[in-house]
Design a protein around this ligand. Structure first.
Ligand code: HEC
Length: 143
């Protein structure tokens, strides 16, 4: 039963990811969007726990934290080349100030690594810092 649910959940996730990226033709843009989707998914797991929408689960929290830090660390490589696609929301400012952009990516990785995932309260505090970094980068570099 559990296995069926898991398979269903992951195929739904793949379906919704494919839908979100419908029409993206540039594989480099697709890859960086998928990296962001992973960051979004890990943040959602932690955010839901922080808000008490789902019960605290130490293992799920630790793996979401690790995924968040790992995908944050991949941002500079995924965005290094100035690739474009009609569906992209990335602003050209990324490549005119790539040092600042990567500093924000580093700040996200650091905030994820620093997050204490041993309780709902500490996750909530950590997600406050993480959310601030998402917003500051999107404000500067995403349409
Ligand atoms: C270093 C800058 C930076 C940081 C930090 C950052 N993002 Fe993004 N994000 C972007 C850019 C740029 C795009 C647009 C990419 C594109 O469309 O080519 C984006 C796009 C996205 C998308 C849309 C992906 C898609 O399917 O098109 C989601 C979801 C997302 N970010 C979530 C997050 C969350 C959640 C965080 C924080 C936990 C975060 N991002 C942190 C730069 C950043």
């Amino acid at each position: 039963m559990r296995k069926t649910v898991l398979i269903l959940t992951s195929s739904l996730m793949i379906a919704s990811m494919a839908l979100a990226h419908n029409g993206v033709k540039n594989p480099a843009v697709m890859a960086r969007m998928q990296g962001m989707e992973q960051i979004g998914a890990a943040s959602k797991v932690l955010g839901n726990m922080a808000r008490g929408r789902v019960a605290f689960d130490a293992e799920a929290a630790a793996s979401a934290k690790a995924a968040l830090a790992q995908h944050a660390a991949e941002i500079p490589v995924l965005f290094e080349a100035q690739e474009d696609d009609p569906k992209s929301e990335a602003l050209p400012a990324i490549w005119s100030d790539f040092a600042d952009f990567t500093a924000k990516a580093d700040a996200l990785r650091d905030a994820a690594e620093a997050m204490d995932v041993t309780s709902t309260e500490t996750i909530a505090a950590g997600m406050g810092a993480v959310g601030g970094v998402c917003r500051s980068c999107h404000k500067a570099y995403r349409e």
